[in-house]
Design a binder for this molecule. Sequence first.
Ligand code: ATP
Ligand code: MG
Length: 422
Amino acid sequence: MQINRILLHYAEVALKGENRREFELQLRRNIKHRLLRGGVHWPVRPGHNRITVRIPKAPSADVFEVAATLREVAGIASVAPAVFLSRDDIRWSGEPSQPHPIEAIVVEVARANWQAHASFAVRVNRGDKRFPLRSNELARRLGAAIIERTDWSRVDLSRPHQSFYIDIYPEGIYIYGHRLRGIGGLPVFTAGPVLSLLSGGIDSPVAAFLMAKRGCRVDFLHLSATHLAPEALPENLVGRIAKRLSTYTLRSRLFFVPYTHFDLALLDQPPSGFEMILFRRFMARLGTRIVERQGGQALVVGDSLGQVASQTLENIVCHSQASTLPILRPLIGLDKQEIIERARAIGTYELSTEPYKDCCALLSRHPRTKSRAHQLEQLEARLLPSYEALIERTLADMQILTFDAGELIEVNSSQRALSCDE
Ligand code: ATP
Ligand code: MG
């Protein structure tokens, strides 16, 4: 018995009607891309509502490690390393007294997964209705064979410790004992491109992840208090967060921009309490300019309603008014604890809680919770009279890091657009 396939089921892709082909194609490309980045050259094949990865006879990588990386590919609902038997392998006489050939394999899988004091269930999915035995009948026979020929002794159909799965499809049968949950969602690059603002905090990486999980191509923008030499960029905290996120986003650029000019413009001014909202409007305008030049359809931020003074509804409205682009806020209704749980699950929490001193110069002791657009426009006209020039000077200091499926591949890359279907 050799595990010779990784069986992948889609998430919502199956529901996508006419676009379905395109979604499936992109999902396969993303899977291949993710495998190739890890040095794995195994063939990836389509099927109805499923994709299979064929494992060669002498696999070059650990099958369960490969399966774990595929869990992180958006669009995949479940990942199962399986023993596959083709139609030819499973000819059965149809004689009720004869054991079905899959019985021997299921018994072997059951033996290999034996746990003391544990219960089990057999789950049959008869995707090919031409298969001669009904699901219940087959499950019953296989369960009986496991009890008779292995040390498993307790069946529990509602909450078993271990399930053994048998998926019957026209091309053959998949048998497996582990089905790992994927992140679900839609394949990246099937929705439009967005620019996601990353602060180095806990929230913004989760917001970027959620957009990738809905199929967007995601680039990142970080405004940094300090200038960094190109060789220092990869070690920068936000650089490392972007690298981690790129395991999901696959191809992403991080636009790294020091905001010194903005800082200097406000430096000698008496505190107004509006510094943070002015800064957020500045980031929105800068992001909009980058999107105009580099491509994109919307900005993304990690706001959660009322989390801090700059995220009251009034301030969010004023923030949105600074940009002609939609500003998406995928975390708006989540509270901090929910965001933290998601950050842990995607592997950015540890990074985001490392000390990172950044926006401190802008912090006001009494930030305003209410603002109005005309009030801010007046302030901007007074404090930042040459706004356009400020944006251009700031952009002149921009550096770009390009990531690909968890690797940094270029610092200060050319400005060409990236996508996975090149
Ligand atoms: P995070 O929201 O990531 O935990 P935070 O809570 O410290 O960080 P806020 O001050 O709440 O950040 O900012 C709200 C959002 O504004 C962030 O989620 C992020 O999208 C954006 N943002 C804030 N600071 C920066 C920055 N320096 N560069 C890019 N985006 C930023
Ligand atoms: Mg926040």
